[in-house]
Design a protein around this ligand. Structure first.
Ligand code: NAD
Length: 346
């Protein structure tokens, strides 16, 4: 088929090295920040946030460690108020997708530049996608303002990521890449990056889950996470749309992605021969959905949607919302199709 595509490259500086977090002050200065608010989740995120704020020294406007997954609107408003009260001229988001998501919500309203220090494999740091949640509805959008201008990847910060979070967030990143293989917006760049990230994860994610202190596996997974986030910028399809609706119902983000991925993949690969071939090669598996299902089985994560709180009675409404999106590629999705997928994953 003759190639036909549009590829948007994001303006972003990426610094990757063991110990790179020590350069956060230097990188903040490179961005022109003089008064940066550090944004993190509570607990271990807050401890790392305090370390970063200390490293920022006189360029620190304090620490706001109240980030929550899926960014409830009240949490976003509190973050905005904290940034305004501190007269921050930038944000340093440290942690997983929850911390980066809160920084994005603040940047969306203020235009403040973000310096991200990711410590999971969510990939949010590499995308212009923001999201907030109100009640059981999640709203997402795209805006160049929320793209972190600089990302510091320090694999040493991930050595303490628990096996369950490592596995779930790695599967979330794998989902970005799998979906990239069949969406109509795919480009030669996103396909190449998806292949590369999938191959790295297939080799190294089981090692990082088995032994979090394996520095080589941690580094390889973090590189793969960056590539996967870059790939996610290309677009999303049935997999991410279903996860989005389920996330709005309060299901945990990364775990939900992991559980539904083998089911959506089996459904879509039936109509996507090229994606099937690429995925088989990258994963080193003749039956890619079975390989993804084996990851879910072997990793210390929930296996079924019922385990993460989906009530069977809500399947028809989720399926209806998915069908209403009118997804056509790589195959049309009816409400019955979506309900069958969700029931299998339940
Ligand atoms: P998370 O940010 O909630 O982190 C999971 C848990 O791991 C938290 O308890 C956190 O404190 C802890 N943690 C993080 N790093 C750690 C470390 N190095 N050591 C020990 N503990 C650590 O989860 P996530 O999966 O990273 O992110 C999920 C969120 O990101 C969701 O809100 C999702 O919607 C969003 N997301 C957004 C995009 C995007 O492009 N906008 C992409 C992917 C995910």
């Amino acid at each position: 088929m003759t190639p036909s595509f549009v590829h948007d490259a994001l303006p972003q500086r990426v610094v990757f090295a063991p110990g790179a977090v020590e350069r956060v002050g230097e990188e903040a200065a490179h961005l022109g920040l003089g008064c940066a608010l550090t944004v993190a989740t509570p607990g271990s995120g807050a401890r790392l946030g305090a370390r970063i704020a200390k490293l920022l020294g006189e360029k620190s406007a304090g620490l706001h460690a109240d980030a929550v997954v899926h960014v409830p609107t009240a949490v976003a408003q509190a973050g905005l108020a904290a940034a305004q009260a501190a007269r921050a001229d930038g944000l340093v988001a440290v942690g997983g997708g929850a911390a980066i998501g809160l920084a994005k919500a603040i940047a969306l309203k203020t235009g403040l530049p973000i310096l991200a220090v990711p410590t999971t494999y969510s990939g949010s740091e590499a995308t212009p996608i923001w999201g907030t949640t109100e009640g059981d509805q999640k709203t997402t959008g795209r805006d160049q303002k929320v793209v972190p201008r600089t990302v510091i990847y320090d694999p040493e910060l991930t050595l303490g990521l628990p096996p369950a979070v490592t596995a779930a967030s790695g599967m979330n990143a794998i989902a970005h890449c799998v979906e990239a293989l069949w969406i109509p917006e795919r480009t030669p760049v996103t396909l190449a990056l998806a292949d590369e990230a999938l191959a790295r994860f297939a080799q190294q994610l089981p090692r990082a889950v088995a032994d979090g202190s394996d520095k080589e596996a941690r580094s390889e997974c973090l590189v793969a996470a960056w590539l996967a986030g870059t790939v996610l910028t290309g677009g999303t399809g049935l997999h991410h749309k279903l996860a989005h609706v389920l996330g709005g119902l309060g299901l945990p983000h990364a775990e939900t992605h992991a559980i539904i991925l083998p089911h959506v993949t089996r459904f879509n690969l039936a109509a996507a021969a090229d994606a099937r071939g690429r995925l088989a090669r990258a994963l080193g598996a003749d039956d890619p959905p079975a390989k993804l299902a084996a990851f879910v089985q072997d990793f210390p994560i929930p296996k079924r949607l019922r385990d993460v709180g989906l009530d069977k009675a809500r399947i028809p409404e989720v399926a209806k919302q998915a069908a209403a999106l009118g997804i056509k590629a790589p195959r049309p999705v009816s409400a019955d199709d979506a309900a069958a997928l969700l029931t299998a994953a339940l």
